[in-house]
Design a protein around this ligand. Structure first.
Ligand code: ADP
Ligand code: MG
Length: 326
């Protein structure tokens, strides 16, 4: 069934998600949306684009693209400890594939409601499959978690487990099946933005970033912005049982350090604030693991069994010479 642009917008994107913050005054249908920021809050904005063949394999079903796209976009708000409010969606589609669109909009709708964000507008064009989501959220002035606040002595923490998404991608690309595959693919296609964790630690964390390019690469952004270095303990890296069972310790650890798109948080907390962290997370259901500490000396060193060696912060760089340097 072919549908025209306006029919498509009305059918799939006119009433999607819910606005928990109560700030949307006018949504999809006019030239612009109108949003009323809560009094005393700052607007926090971020956009993420995904291109078929680059960010997800050709032929990925709509529901999986939706969860990856919205999860990744909201993860940036989590990294700032912002409360999500609404988002816009720019869609470039090669054709109006209604099966794909239905799956995409149903899953987007489900997750947008779960995270309390509303779709308030967008743009729809024809071309190679490309999707952008711009998310909007709120923070109290001075309360956003920046990359620039880490201090020597701070402990470095990460949420969840690392490397799963890289493992999941490998199973997709190589058509691998097996017991651990559903979990790993879920971690690739369905990243869970750590919005609640970020809010719980925002009063005492000194810096934060979400892990999109890989732990080393993203931690390095904190180090550069804060003008500090880091010592990491690779044996402390949180790795899932599934990844460990599938590829063994060495590969799991490599992917935990360098594999991208886990969309977990990496944040720093002063040593003296660790009791506050423990208290804040006492009933929280997301694991938070200390993996090292911030140092005065620049760069990243790994420390294991009395040995210390330095590592290059690698990561995915779309415009590096090789394109992919991980
Ligand atoms: P304009 O020509 O003024 O840019 P459009 O015809 O592109 O308007 O869009 C009409 C309305 O539908 C606008 O409110 C726009 O925000 C919304 N819209 C267009 N595409 C999407 C989409 N993919 N998702 C959500 N809203 C959309
Ligand atoms: Mg338009």
């Amino acid at each position: 069934m072919a549908v025209d642009e306006f029919e498509l917008i009305r059918h799939y994107f006119s009433d999607l998600g819910n606005d928990k913050s109560g700030s949307v005054r006018l949504s999809v249908g006019d030239d612009c949306a109108i949003i009323a920021p809560p009094a005393g809050y700052n607007l926090v904005v971020s956009i993420d684009t995904m291109v078929e063949g680059t960010h997800f394999p050709k032929g990925t079903p709509g529901d999986k693209v939706a969860s990856r796209l919205l999860g990744a976009a909201l993860s940036d708000l989590a990294a700032m400890a912002a409360v999500p409010a609404c988002f816009t969606l720019a869609l470039t589609l090669p054709e109006t594939d209604t099966v794909w669109l239905k799956a995409f909009s149903a899953r987007l709708s489900e997750l947008a409601s779960q995270y309390g964000v509303r779709l308030v507008g967008g743009d729809t064009t024809r071309g190679p499959l490309t999707l952008s989501i711009q998310v909007h959220g709120w923070t109290k002035p001075g309360k956003a978690l920046l990359r620039s606040g880490a201090q020597p002595g701070d402990r470095i923490f990460v949420t969840g487990t690392l490397g799963d998404s890289r493992g999941g991608l490998e199973t997709v690309l190589k058509h691998i099946t097996g017991e651990q595959v559903p979990y790993l693919q879920k971690r690739f296609f369905n990243p869970e933005p750590r919005l609640d964790t970020a809010l719980l630690v925002s009063d005492f964390a000194t810096s934060a970033i979400d892990i999109s390019d890989g732990l080393l690469a993203d931690l390095n952004h904190i180090l550069m912005a804060s003008k500090v270095g880091a010592m990491l303990h690779p044996t402390e890296l949180p790795v899932s049982q599934s990844l460990y069972r599938w590829v063994g310790e060495k590969q799991a650890r490599e992917w935990a350090l360098g594999g991208g798109e886990d969309f977990e948080l990496c944040f720093t907390v002063p040593l003296l604030a660790e009791p506050k962290l423990a208290w804040a997370l006492r009933e929280h259901d997301v694991a938070v693991t200390c993996i090292g500490q911030i140092t005065e000396a620049p760069g990243i060193v790994l420390a294991e069994e009395g040995k210390v060696w330095s590592v290059e912060p690698q990561g995915y760089n779309h415009f590096s010479e090789k394109g992919v340097n991980r």
